[in-house]
Design a protein around this ligand. Structure first.
Ligand code: HEM
Length: 528
């Protein structure tokens, strides 16, 4: 039976999916099964797989609680400790989530081969239960099966196709220009020798403004002084929602039955996101209607109706395949998915550059040799900047935004000699893999050059997948890469960066991994 692919899958089904499907630690006897090379192998049963012994229902949640909640938002650390203890494959249960954890690239490759037609990361219950209680549709982030595929096939066209993404470079440069002016202003106002107070929020503003200029083809005003209230309301709600999802995800889903204050507040953050999304879509529909009316009066060039020339939102709206509610759900998931992720990666990159002046200098020299206009780093120039891409990849390796990728596999598979049945949840250990000596030469060192194509040592396939893989990989990948490359290069061109934190940064898991402590960067103008 397919794992809950029905269009109207209920939360009840989703919950039982967790119980049944995420891990079937049933006593599977040793199986004769084809492995990747079509050889019959005597795979060991899942019951033989090592792993920490948990308590019924809560699994290793006890370890989290017992340690004075230290691991409450550091499940990535706990999983890495288990990785050191049990090796590259183990089975585990954390609260309501049971899974097999893998770190060998060849196992990861096999998992993606059996992810099926509708890849499924497994339910994020707080997201799903909110949508069920409020009767909201699911967008691509949480949707599964045909609904997911339809939305994804429409949006992929405008967000992942190179031709369309290239065309976003101008407006992303405009956001970056505003961000640089904003930093210059803040340096003076904060008066702290170049340090900016609350850099995290500043970068939230940048990433929010960037993703929205792609979605709406207009500025929402997050970098205005003061920011437009709607923008601040949205990125604050994203932050709070993610913060609480991390904890709610670990505990059994009591909130399905008991409306605690905590849960009500959580729903309030989602309500804000939906309200803002709905408001913006209504505005956009009205704008398009006005344009269509003037078009009848012969004022709009015919060409702008061709789907390949359309902007993202007019394209999605004009397709007529999704209801406005579905479009809203998709758009707010894009808006929510694009804020923390890019902002955190840039934070890590700034931290690394400010700590490693030689790397910063190399990058500065590369930017200087390529940049033609200090207010615009276009797509073609960016293609010449391999060191810049290396710096970003190192930032994503050392400080990944997600602790790992997850999939509920569609078919049985043999992983590291164990027979893993279909419907098991698999989690890859990106966080632990980043420092694996068998995958990286001197993994503790920051080496942007390890990613440069001509470099002799190539990373094994499936060892580094910061944006995921396959048809369910990050839909914002190309936008994120473009916006981050533009911002990082132009910041280094304008400022010499100095990291003021003396301690090593640690990450906490709020669904996305984020620095635990405030990252303190001083921006010194180069006057170049
Ligand atoms: C540094 C920036 C980013 C990183 C590291 C990142 C990482 C990821 C990862 C690992 C996934 C899961 C992929 C998988 O399961 O195979 C994902 C999914 C997703 N990301 Fe991103 N992301 C980033 C930026 C963005 C941006 C800018 C957007 C907004 C356009 C976005 C929207 C999404 C959405 C909507 C999904 C769910 C896609 C689906 O399930 O079909 N992300 N991202």
């Amino acid at each position: 039976m397919a794992c809950n692919h029905s269009r109207h899958a209920s939360i009840a089904n989703q919950s039982s999916l967790i119980a049944r499907a995420t891990l079937r630690f049933v006593a599977t006897t040793a199986n004769q099964i084809d492995d990747q090379n079509n050889k019959n192998v005597n795979a060991k049963p899942l019951t033989d797989m090592p792993g920490p012994k948990g308590l019924p229902f809560i699994g290793n949640l006890w370890t989290i609680l017992k340690n004075n909640r230290y691991y409450q938002n550091r499940s990535h650390e706990l999983l890495s400790i288990y990785h050191a203890k049990y090796g590259p494959i183990y089975k585990c249960r954390l609260g309501s989530i049971a899974f097999v954890y893998i770190t060998k690239p060849e196992d990861i490759a096999k998992v993606f081969k059996v992810e099926g037609k509708y890849p499924n990361r497994g339910p994020i219950l707080p997201f799903l239960i909110y949508r069920e209680q409020r009767k909201k549709p699911k967008g691509i982030l949480v949707g599964i099966s045909e609904d997911w595929r339809l939305s994804r096939s429409i949006m992929d066209k405008k967000l992942l196709k190179l031709k369309d993404v290239k065309a976003y470079d101008n407006r992303l440069n405009e956001v970056t220009t505003d961000f640089i002016h904003y930093i210059k202003r803040r340096r003076i106002e904060d008066n702290l020798n170049g340090e900016i107070i609350n850099l995290k929020e500043c970068l939230y503003k940048w990433s929010f403004e960037s993703i929205n200029t792609v979605i709406y083809n207009k500025r929402l005003g997050a970098l205005n002084d003061p920011p437009i209230p709607l923008a601040k309301k949205f990125y604050t709600a994203v932050f709070e929602m993610l913060d609480r999802t991390g904890l709610l995800r670990l505990v059994p889903p009591y909130y399905k039955y008991i409306q605690t204050k905590y849960w009500k507040e959580y729903c309030g953050f989602w309500d804000t996101l939906f309200e803002i999304g709905e408001e913006l879509i209504v505005e956009e529909r009205a704008r398009l209607q006005k344009l269509a009316d003037s078009d009848h009066a012969g004022q709009i060039p015919q060409d702008s109706h061709r789907s390949e020339n359309m902007e993202f939102l007019p394209y999605v709206l004009s397709r007529g395949e999704l209801t406005d509610e579905q479009i809203t759900a998709n758009i707010i998931e894009l808006m929510a998915g694009g804020v923390d992720t890019s902002a955190n990666t840039i934070t890590s990159a700034l931290y690394i550059l400010g700590k490693n002046p030689d790397i910063q200098e190399n990058l500065y020299q590369e930017v200087k040799s390529v940049i033609k206009d200090r207010e615009c780093l276009d797509w073609d120039s960016l293609q010449k900047m391999s060191y810049l891409r290396g710096v970003l990849k190192e930032s994503q390796r050392i400080y990944p935004v997600v602790q790992g990728l997850s999939r509920i596999i569609a078919k049985d598979v043999v992983l590291s000699g164990y027979h893993v049945p279909a419907k098991t949840m698999i989690i890859t250990g990106s966080y632990a893999m980043a420092f694996d000596k068998s995958l990286y030469d001197e993994p503790d060192k920051v080496k942007p050059e390890r990613w440069i194509r001509s470099s002799e040592q190539k990373q094994p396939p499936f060892s580094f997948l910061p944006f995921g893989f396959g048809t369910r990989m990050c839909i914002g990948r190309r936008i994120a890469e473009l916006e981050m490359q533009i911002l990082l290069a132009r910041l280094v061109y304008e400022f010499r960066l100095d990291t003021l934190n003396t301690e090593k940064i640690k990450l906490i898991n709020r669904i996305v991994l984020s620095p635990e402590q405030a990252i303190r960067i001083a921006f010194h103008p180069r006057n170049s």
